[in-house]
Write a protein that binds this ligand. Structure first.
Ligand code: SF4
Length: 287
């Protein structure tokens, strides 16, 4: 049988998908998680706990992969942002942060994974499970338009018609707790309530002290680029706590200007549009 691989995202959907596959006795040969180096502490805890749980059920522990440079050194998304003095690309309407730090590390690992290589050598494909839920048929349809010579994607949650509640049910039934959204703690696509949650639970992440130390030890003078990211988060936190809409908008625009000046970004229309759109969507999602 050709290898069955789970692209594990670390959140509710893919956790539920794995548990569903186990309950339905579907094959799982490898579970891969790509660590950007900036996941929330709760995600890291969940991955460790869930990996131990799977191991007790007789499955291999979750394989964690990370982005590396040509010298084989790990480079996190945070390192990359600070080095380039910019925000993750999603802030400007691109998805290269996800591509470089999520998809490519998994692809590189699989390109050297023996069962996959043997499958491709026979001219066949590996099976990849993707955790899109029943409401994400459009994403599966879009993916189907791209012919992948190496993988056949399967979408178990769509096949089973599992919604969010079904996913939460199976997770609860297995006694697994603290499964939250999996995303970089400084993701520009964060919803306001997620930023408030981060602010309350992990104010330390705003400081990014380790990164600052790394920069100082390299002798560069980034005018504390880490502060730029911290500032970005703080401004967002302040914004979502502001209740007056007009003030909200003005503060948001000011924050864009501050962030741009601090990270030495060139005026960038796309960034303005994206940031403004995210502002416009913020109040409803926050409420
Ligand atoms: S979570 Fe956000 S910042 Fe992190 S890789 Fe994905 S889109 Fe980029």
């Amino acid at each position: 049988m050709n290898p069955h691989i789970v692209a594990f995202g670390g959140g509710v959907d893919s956790t539920a998908m794995i548990l569903g596959l186990i309950e339905k006795n579907e094959p799982i040969d490898l579970i891969l998680f790509a660590d950007t180096g900036a996941e929330r502490p709760t995600t890291y805890e969940h991955i460790e706990n869930f990996s131990n749980y799977l191991n007790k059920l007789g499955y291999e522990p979750i394989k964690i992969v990370k982005n590396k440079n040509k010298l084989g050194e790990i480079v996190t998304l945070e390192d990359d942002c600070l080095k380039r003095k910019c925000l993750p690309s999603i802030a400007y309407g691109f998805k290269t942060c996800s591509s470089h730090f999520k998809i490519q590390p998994q692809d590189k690992f699989l390109n050297n994974w023996q069962p996959a290589k043997e499958t491709w050598a026979k001219g066949e494909k590996c099976i990849k499970y993707v955790g899109y839920d029943a409401g994400e048929q459009h994403r599966a349809d879009n993916a189907a338009k791209r012919q992948d010579p190496k993988y056949t994607n399967k979408y178990p949650l769509i096949e089973w018609q599992w919604e969010r509640e079904d996913c939460l049910d199976i997770i609860k039934r297995h006694g697994i707790t603290n499964v939250g959204k999996s995303a970089c703690f400084f993701c520009p696509s964060s919803r306001p309530k997620e930023i408030v949650d981060l602010y309350k639970k992990h104010p330390d992440l705003l400081r990014l002290a380790n990164v600052q130390n790394n920069y100082n030890s390299k002798g560069s003078n980034p005018r504390d680029s880490d502060t730029n990211l911290a500032l970005y988060l703080k401004v967002l936190s302040c914004l979502v706590q502001a209740q007056v809409e007009v003030f909200h908008l003005l503060a948001w625009m000011a924050s864009c200007a501050i962030v741009r000046i601090h990270v030495s970004m060139k005026p960038f229309l796309a960034a303005d549009i994206v940031i403004m759109c995210s502002y416009l969507s913020a109040p409803s999602s926050y409420k």
